[in-house]
Design a protein around this ligand. Structure first.
Ligand code: SAH
Length: 221
């Protein structure tokens, strides 16, 4: 356990530092985000066979046809959430996946509510976060298109899979003054990262860069 958390060789502190330098070159500037990424062992979120590639800026398979997002995209989405909102007491995450993004959020906000439609992926993620002693996370096995109404409204919502348009239930569960970061696009075509701010009177949508995410799928597995 200790060994796997610390990492050796390709997962060493020096390898991680190279990843941080790359993120800074790519425009990530929030020091809190960079520090948390520097100190989080990304290699424990993937199969051992792929662990040596954990600090490359690439998405990698995590089973069930899903991928762990590139470090740049995790950093960018986290930075966008943090810079546009005040205190993030409650953040809803759709798409727990392997739990890497969840672990980054858990170290920067008060409480994370993470929804995933594929049960075994979520189970593994939960175990990893437990090993990392990140206990401010609640998990729900559900179709994220419904959000998680019990704890709404959320100061932040981060969506890690791309729907063709912003799900209505997620808009409803965003607090006034809250921010949602979400990739929008269809399966084959291009996808775009969007930031949605809820104001007293409605929603402001900002279109950011092009991105590549797995599709947002309905139903549970
Ligand atoms: N941030 C995750 C990304 C995982 S990929 C990570 O770093 O590992 C996106 C995840 O979203 C997948 O696990 C997929 O199963 C999940 N997903 C897709 N559509 C969903 C939906 N409607 N509700 C909940 N999860 C969904």
């Amino acid at each position: 356990m200790i060994q796997s958390l610390q990492g050796i060789g390709m997962t060493s502190p020096r390898t991680r530092e190279r990843m941080i330098n790359r993120l800074m070159e790519q425009g990530i500037s929030n020091n809190k985000v960079l520090d948390v990424i520097r100190n989080t062992p990304r290699h424990i979120f993937m199969d051992e066979a792929l662990a040596s590639r954990a600090y490359e800026d690439t998405s990698l398979p995590i089973g069930y046809n899903q991928t762990i997002s590139r470090p740049y995209i995790v950093a960018k989405m986290t930075e966008l959430l943090l810079e546009s909102s005040g205190r993030l007491a409650k953040v809803l995450e759709i798409g727990t996946g392997c739990g890497y993004q969840t672990s980054i959020l858990a170290q920067l906000v008060d409480n994370v509510y993470s929804v995933e439609r594929i049960a075994p992926l979520q189970k593994k993620a939960k175990d990893r976060l437990w090993d990392l002693k990140l206990k401010n996370v609640s998990y729900k096995h559900s179709d994220g298109g419904w959000g998680w109404p019990d704890y709404a409204p959320y100061d932040g919502i981060l969506v890690a899979a791309a729907p063709p348009e912003i799900p209505e239930m997620l808009l409803q569960q965003l607090a006034v003054g809250g921010v949602m970061v979400i990739p929008i696009g269809n399966r084959s075509g291009s996808q775009q990262l969007q930031r949605v701010l809820r104001t007293e009177t409605g929603y402001e949508v900002e279109e950011l860069e092009s991105v590549v995410f797995v599709p947002f799928q309905s139903g549970r597995k």
